[in-house]
Design a protein around this ligand. Sequence first.
Ligand code: ADP
Ligand code: MG
Length: 246
Amino acid sequence: MGQLEATAGRYRSLRLSAIAGDLADLLGQAEANEVSYLTFADMLAEHERAQREAKRIDLYRRQAKFPSDKRLEDFDYRYQTTITKRQINALLDFAFLDNRENLVLIGPPGVGKTHLAIGVAQKAIEAGYRVRFRNALDLVEELELAEMKGELKKKLAQLAKVDALVIDELGYLPMSRQARYALFQLVNRFYEHRSLMITTNKDFTHWGEFFHDDNVAVPIVDRIIHHSHVYMLGGESYRLKQKTLS
Ligand code: ADP
Ligand code: MG
């Protein structure tokens, strides 16, 4: 076995697999650039760190189960003028996640609520937070199923492992009494413990109707908005704009 393979093997046995895998390349770069010993030592450490970070982000993204790959960089604030880049950027220190506060995006269809929610969630993942994405109806179905199996507590504990749960399209369709109850349990579980990022077409003043004004409506709304950053989005649907342009 040559020296290179032997050295790569040492790195591998120390679980420094990025250095092990790319050792020949790294040596080649160092020689070509005539870097100092210290710089080379640093290059190795940085290579391992960067590859681990990239793997972590990739894993967290897959676990988040985003329905589409939306990025804040692709959001056009010239089109969506009811929220500013400054307002969204202010969230990206993620103090709201550290403080277990919620983010609520309210507005009609097509104005960019889901895009922004996924975009912010992607940045949260890059910053090291764990996120899950659920469509509201899928989430409620999942909770009801768990409830039927007598495993609601377990399911809620599992969902609450992440720093933030995105609930997309809350309030688009009416929910059954059991569904509202399950949702209430979730909101309770997350309250002051984990963050919710909610998109909805319903203004809070209409949430009462959506929850059929039953006795869970008020506490649910109360707990969601108690510590929350609420943004009202308006304007024309971006989808319709795209249609008229093509
Ligand atoms: P909503 O969730 O409010 O119904 P979406 O976020 O799903 O709207 O937006 C609909 C489509 O239009 C998506 O493909 C989204 O990426 C795009 N879109 C909406 N607003 C913007 C914007 N301001 N800049 C870029 N793309 C946008
Ligand atoms: Mg949406």
